[in-house]
Design a protein around this ligand. Structure first.
Ligand code: NZQ
Ligand code: ZN
Length: 380
């Protein structure tokens, strides 16, 4: 196990009716900018509950942070926040609203254009923020990451800002999610765990079993959720899995991959494909191309997550990858580029972009432009 320092400061406020606690979570005397997406919160009662909890507080609303939040929209929010001198942010929505709000939090204390913050990759000075999460997927509610897009140039990059001070998670608020968003959220959560687990065998028994526990939970609940998305306990398990999948708890002292995500972000930037949907296509390809490098871990994963205990080593590894792709298909997601009409032109552009930025992703730092091409060709 590698040396590590772990600290996660986000207060998790979980369960039915917990939005009512907002008033006591936001420090007194703050001018709060409340940020939203396109309006789903008006249809599931979240907006009304937030307003009731903030009655009498000094608030400014900003609407319209879109899926894959864009710098173009966020610049408007930053301008409004500066004009109104807000000193607390409350993101109400999914990963996109939360990610966008993390950039707003840094942008409010930055004099230049906020895109410079994205390209520099980190910001120490931020306005504090809290969140009310409405979709389990990204883990953004309990990490300091964000992913920001630039429509003008069809780019999408990670950015690191501040951890939310608190995040409220009420599983009932996920009942209104469209089935495709649920599928994409399950796939995203699954792949987050895989990015931190499917690397080198024998690093940490504790990290391995926590990761496998989340993967097993997802495999168990996914078919039940597809039958009944209004089951509180199922959605509570899903929501907690998503948060625990990317809040640092399964990453202590172990290698991480993230090549699938970096390739997936390009597919979203170039084609607008939903984040989780890109991962369902790319992960099986990554595993096929890197099956020798990841072989020992694939064997362990096959045995512990999919119960594959017999057969030759190569056959077991092949089966573990097949079961992974089958899991994504069982969610109703495509697992091949051709199903989304994506072909050579996109593969060439991603190879070019990776080469241009000198990319070397993955736990072995060997996913460069040429390797990205091999992975994408294995997803055709
Ligand atoms: O905009 P509204 O009207 O709210 O509708 C949203 C949006 O259309 C809707 N929705 C959310 N909650 C709902 C709901 N509809 C009905 N009922 C509800 N309860 O769902 C749609 C998708 O929302 P979005 O926030 O885009 O989804 P998600 O949470 O999956 O976020 C995706 C973004 O997060 C980034 C992705 O790249 C993408 O930009 N990621 C962020 C990460 C992080 N911060 O750590 C890590 C991830 O790997 C990921 O890259
Ligand atoms: Zn993701």
């Amino acid at each position: 196990m590698e040396n590590f320092i772990f600290q996660n400061p986000t207060k998790l406020v979980f369960g039915k009716g917990m939005i009512a606690r907002l008033g006591e979570l936001i420090p007194a005397g703050k001018r709060v900018m409340v940020t939203f997406g396109g309006g789903s919160v008006r249809r599931n009662g979240v907006y009304d509950e937030v307003c009731a909890a903030l009655a009498g507080r000094d608030t400014v609303e900003f609407w319209g942070i879109e899926p894959n939040p864009s710098i173009e929209t966020l610049r408007e929010a930053i301008a409004l926040g500066k004009e109104r001198e807000v000193d607390f942010l409350l993101a109400v929505g999914g990963g996109s609203v939360i990610d966008g709000t993390k950039l707003i939090a840094a942008g409010l204390l930055y004099d230049g254009d906020a895109w410079e913050l994205v390209r520099k990759g980190a910001s120490q000075r931020t306005v504090p923020l809290g969140t009310v999460l409405t979709i389990p997927a990204t883990g953004s509610e309990m990490n300091n990451g964000a992913v920001i897009s630039r429509r003008e140039t069809k780019e999408k990059y990670p950015f690191y800002g501040n951890y939310p001070l608190f995040s409220i998670l009420d599983p009932e608020k996920t009942f209104t999610l469209p089935q495709r968003q649920v599928a994409c959220g399950l796939a995203d959560t699954f792949v987050h765990v895989m990015e931190q687990y499917m690397t080198v065998a024998g690093q940490s028994r504790v990290m391995d079993r926590w990761a496998e526990g989340i993967l097993q939970t997802l495999v168990e609940i996914a078919p039940e959720i597809r039958k009944n998305q209004h089951d509180y306990d199922l959605m509570a398990d899903f929501m907690l899995s998503a948060t625990m999948g990317l809040n640092g708890f399964i990453a202590m002292g172990v290698a991480q991959d993230w090549a699938t995500h970096m390739i997936g972000h390009e597919l979203t930037a170039l084609h607008g494909l939903t984040h989780g949907a890109t991962l369902a296509i790319v992960l099986p390809g990554t595993l096929r191309v890197l099956s020798a490098q990841k072989g020992d871990k694939l064997l362990q994963y096959g045995e512990r997550v999919w119960g594959i205990t017999t057969g030759e080593r190569d056959e077991r590894i092949r089966l573990a990858i097949e079961r992974t792709e089958g899991f994504f298909r069982s969610l109703g997601l495509s697992t091949r580029l051709s199903e989304e009409g994506i072909g050579e032109e996109t593969i060439a552009e991603i190879e070019r972009r990776f080469d241009a930025r000198g990319a070397r992703y993955g736990e072995a730092r060997n996913v460069d432009g040429a390797m990205a091409r091999r992975i994408l060709e294995a997803c055709r």
